[in-house]
Design a protein around this ligand. Structure first.
Ligand code: ZN
Length: 243
């Protein structure tokens, strides 16, 4: 079986479409595992939900998904994110709201636990360092945990009870072994690792190989849509910087 792991689409339809095109080029998948934050920041929240719904997929809730439907207090968001959430809430249809309301916070798929942020705080944890990854090891029982939320690809492997960071780049097809791991496929719609290309991962159960992929898309087209929607300029300029 083959799975595409997508996180942090953030209403960026152009990035999502480019990623789904790349998935097909790579031979397609049986199912998409989405790690949440389908909406927020970007100009096409409803369209991204629609496209995802047309795919065979499962998805967990991200903090932006919850904030957009009022299930999480957006006053804790930074001003740009909060402005985008207020705009997003107005774009969502009743069907979109229904879809977002029913997303679980965590989901188990075989050896994997899927969460948006981290197992300790499913929608909110930022696993940005080895020490945070270490602390989160105690909060999941499965062998592997898939996370998003930081918008940067990362991989931590358990070694003698604590985590060590492992290089995770498109050049390396990583064979998943018996060690427990926390794996972040980076962000589809708003990468923050200095590479503006959309990021996602492919997992093939045959050979147990996890590989990161980066995909170019038309960033200028998305920025034009964001300007037209009146979304904060800071959110569109960060797309080209990948920060
Ligand atoms: Zn996000």
């Amino acid at each position: 079986m083959r799975y595409a792991i997508l996180a942090d689409i953030h209403a960026n339809l152009d990035a999502l479409t480019a990623v789904l095109g790349d998935v097909e080029q790579q031979g397609g998948v049986d199912e998409i595992w989405c790690l949440g934050d389908i909406v927020g920041y970007g100009p096409e929240p409803s369209q991204c939900i629609e496209v995802l719904k047309r795919c065979e997929h499962v998805c967990v809730a991200g903090n932006h998904d919850l904030a957009a439907i009022g299930k999480l207090d957006a006053s804790f968001f930074n001003p740009l994110a909060a402005a985008a959430i207020a705009w997003t809430a107005k774009q969502l249809s009743a069907a979109d709201n229904h879809y977002l309301e029913h997303l679980p916070l965590t989901l188990e798929k075989g050896d994997f636990l899927l969460v948006h942020g981290g197992p300790a705080e499913p929608a909110l944890e930022y696993i940005m360092s080895t020490s945070i990854a270490n602390r989160n090891l105690a909060f999941f029982k499965s062998r592997y945990c898939l996370v998003g939320h930081t918008h940067a690809p990362a991989l931590f492997r358990e070694q003698e009870g604590s985590c060590v960071p492992v290089s995770f780049s498109p050049a390396i097809g990583l064979v998943l072994g018996s060690s427990r791991m926390i794996i972040n496929p980076g962000a589809v719609g708003q990468p923050r690792d200095g590479d503006p290309r959309a990021a996602y991962a492919l997992y093939d159960t045959e050979g147990r190989i996890m590989r990161l992929h980066r995909v170019e898309y038309d960033i200028t087209a998305v920025q034009r849509k964001m300007m037209k929607a009146g979304l904060p300029v800071g959110l569109s300029s960060r797309l080209e910087a990948g920060q």
